[in-house]
Design a protein around this ligand. Structure first.
Ligand SMILES: NC(=O)c1ccc[n+]([C@@H]2O[C@H](COP(=O)([O-])OP(=O)(O)OC[C@H]3O[C@@H](n4cnc5c(N)ncnc54)[C@H](OP(=O)(O)O)[C@@H]3O)[C@@H](O)[C@H]2O)c1
Length: 288
């Protein structure tokens, strides 16, 4: 008989203790999760020391040092780089056996599909396990991220709620019914911060050409992104209406937008996002 799934407050085991894991552990601790309920497998000694000192959590050098943590873990969080996932999963699956297969698994790894995770922990297919995949973005590190989520058929409502509670301190969350949608999420919000930085860089270069300092350009560009995004969030009107409202025919904004249209900036951005989506799908094939 299959034992019942672990309780919602059962220990959480992180595999990989880098930036993303630290952001999630910090959120858990601030939400009142006792340090004794969190363990981290992390090969880098300095990183282990940092996590232990900052959060008081149990740190382990590898899966073989973690038999008890593996048996007790109700939630396993995969926070290693996708390239090392298989190498990290093998010893864990060997040492953890059925206990690891029964646990709820959350992956924040870009591109690794649920079926690949299921196979790596000894399950036939994703539907046989309680698996959730999240695609966060880097503003998650300061609590301002947005993550796309997809759960396997075997994940319960309580499982989804546990994942939501874990990820809530990183920012907004959106569930998607189809796992393939996470490739589009990767292309939009996962890679998106870099598009914004790229735009800001171009605005800073323009500022310098017009005689302002790079610092002044940066301050103006960043505040403009921040304010415009907040305005679009707060307004019931779609971005296109907000844009039209600040674009009087013959005015300065009109001149800039006409220049962008002539240069094909809109379609170029669409092609760029589509290139990212294609690459996300390719990486999924590679890691699968
Ligand atoms: N940072 C973000 O905002 C962000 C956004 C979206 C998605 N993600 C995803 O989140 C995952 C983690 O990203 P990150 O930024 O936190 O990366 P990171 O800072 O490099 O953290 C990964 C950690 O895992 C360790 N590690 C390597 N092999 C391991 C093993 N076999 N067992 C346990 N730990 C191992 C790494 O150690 P070494 O340095 O020694 O290899 C490193 O400390 C990635 O898959 C990434 O795609 C991150």
């Amino acid at each position: 008989m299959t034992p019942p799934p672990a309780a919602a407050d059962s220990p959480t085991l992180f595999v990989g203790g880098g930036n993303m894991a630290a952001a999630l552990i910090g959120g858990l601790r601030r939400a009142g999760c006792p340090a004794a309920r969190i363990a981290v497998i992390e090969p880098q000694p300095e990183q282990r020391e940092r996590l232990a000192a900052e959060f008081g959590v149990k740190v382990l050098a590898d899966a073989s040092a973690a038999p008890e943590a593996l048996q007790r873990a109700g939630l396993v969080v995969w926070a290693v780089k996708p390239q090392v996932f298989r190498a990290a999963a093998e010893p864990l699956a060997t040492a953890g056996g059925p206990a690891v297969q029964r646990a709820l698994h959350l992956s924040v790894m870009a591109g690794v599909r649920l079926d690949a995770i299921a196979r790596a922990i000894g399950l036939g297919a994703a539907a046989a396990g309680r698996l959730v995949r999240a695609m966060p973005n880097t503003p998650a590190l300061i609590g301002r991220g947005i993550a796309g989520l997809h759960a396997s058929a075997g994940a319960s409502t309580a499982d989804r709620q546990r994942v939501e509670a874990l990820l809530a301190p990183t920012g907004g969350l959106l569930w998607f019914e189809h796992e393939s949608d996470l490739d589009a999420v990767t292309a939009l919000s996962g890679s998106g911060p870099a598009y914004v930085f790229f735009f800001v860089e171009a605005m800073m270069a323009a500022a310098e050409r017009m005689g302002l300092s790079a610092e002044q350009g940066k301050a103006l560009a960043l505040a403009t992104f921040d304010g415009a995004a907040a305005l679009a969030q707060a307004s019931p009107d779609p971005p296109a209406v907000l844009r039209e409202r600040v674009t009087s025919r013959g005015g300065t904004t009109f001149a800039a937008l006409e220049s962008m249209r002539a240069d094909g900036v809109g379609p170029a951005i669409e092609r760029a996002v589509e290139a990212a989506r294609r690459r996300a799908a390719e990486l999924g094939d590679e890691y699968g």
